[in-house]
Design a protein around this ligand. Structure first.
Ligand SMILES: Cc1ncc(COP(=O)(O)O)c(C=O)c1O
Length: 336
């Protein structure tokens, strides 16, 4: 990756101004530590309240507005990126073609179609959908919006970091979930060693973790309940380079910790995150990342597109919570 491909803080500043009319400034709330089994309070950036339920429109709008709004945009994704691109195209009045693996859940495919995008079902993997979208763009001249490996996409996602710093100044540590690396790449670039950035991945989707060990992006097997969002099989070149340049730390969290973090967000705050959206918090609640006393920690809750039907189960003591659950009051309402 050459230096000019990596986004800079200035590019993120510019992206923030460019996309401001199109994205929500999502709230940050300060929550008390004990409700989450922690000693210290923490800040949660509720980016699941963004348009389409994840941070993805930031990168998509920045990519399209930087390139100039074309007639047609193409993207590969059956999930949050596909939703975001369909939304972006509709807002900017261009057409979207989204290439989706035939295995994508019908609810997501229907959602993308409902936003007016044309859906092409191709193959069974993201890689096959990506190849088909690239071939289509080559043939038609449509603008490709990559899910994570384009400079404008990283800069757009980096605006989450910029906003968080404005809303919660003095943060020491930011925890961020990683799929293909667009979000961590943008956020790490924003802080660029002014705060510790911790990359959090499920044990079943260790793409950045494996790349940091190998010294270069490598293919990994991906599985698990967050893999629809975090299951890129190889971290992107740009996200990897940005993460290395900013010296991010990397931790892995077990499946059950993600389940617990999701349930805690629901029980304590009535926030319904998807598994990928609760993964960064799981690093704290499971003890995979243990802040020092007084360390000011922020967590990006980055997505909410999942069926909330399984959130009601109580958090049990065997479910991957680091602190003593018995000491945590349950905020669930009691039926009078
Ligand atoms: C909710 C959610 N969180 C995190 C990610 C990972 O983002 P990135 O691919 O930029 O690492 C995604 C990607 O789809 C997502 O949908």
């Amino acid at each position: 990756v050459s230096d000019h491909e990596l986004p800079t803080r200035e590019a993120i500043e510019f992206a923030a101004r460019r996309i401001a009319p199109h994205v929500r400034r999502t709230p940050v709330i300060e929550v008390e530590g004990p409700a989450f089994g922690l000693d210290e309070p923490l800040a949660l950036k509720l980016e699941l309240l963004q348009h389409t339920g994840s941070f993805k429109p930031r990168g998509a709008f920045n990519r399209v507005l930087e390139a100039g709004v074309p007639e047609v945009v193409v993207a590969a994704s059956g999930g949050n990126h596909g939703f975001a691109v369909a939304h972006t195209a509709r807002s900017l009045r261009c057409r979207a073609e989204i290439f989706v693996p035939a295995t994508a859940p019908p609810v997501k495919v229907d959602g993308i179609r409902a936003l007016g995008a044309r859906v092409e079902l191709v193959g069974t993997t993201y890689a096959q959908a990506l190849a088909a979208s690239a071939a289509r763009a080559e043939h038609t001249g449509a603008l490709v919006i990559h899910a994570y490996d384009q400079p404008a996409v990283l800069a757009g996602q980096g605006t989450v970091g910029r906003e968080l710093e404005q809303q919660s100044p003095g943060v020491d540590t930011v925890l961020v979930a990683v799929g293909g690396g667009g979000l961590i790449g943008g956020i790490a670039t924003w802080w660029s060693r002014r705060a510790r950035v911790v990359a959090v991945e499920p044990v079943g989707c260790p793409t950045l973790h494996a790349a940091l060990r190998a010294g270069t992006p490598v293919d990994v097997e991906v599985f698990g309940l967050a893999s629809d969002a975090l299951g890129a099989s190889r971290v992107g070149r740009l996200g990897f380079a940005a993460a290395v340049a900013a010296d991010v730390s990397s931790v892995l969290v077990p499946e059950e910790a993600i389940v617990t973090a999701r349930r805690l967000l629901w029980q304590r705050l009535r926030v319904a995150a998807e598994p990928g959206g609760a993964t960064a918090l799981a690093a704290l609640t499971s003890g995979a990342y243990r802040p020092a006393p007084g360390e000011r920690v922020a967590v990006v809750v980055c997505g909410g597109n999942a069926d909330p039907g399984d959130l009601a189960a109580p958090v049990s003591s065997r479910s991957g919570l680091a602190g003593s659950p018995a000491s945590i009051p349950d905020a669930s309402p009691r039926t009078p």
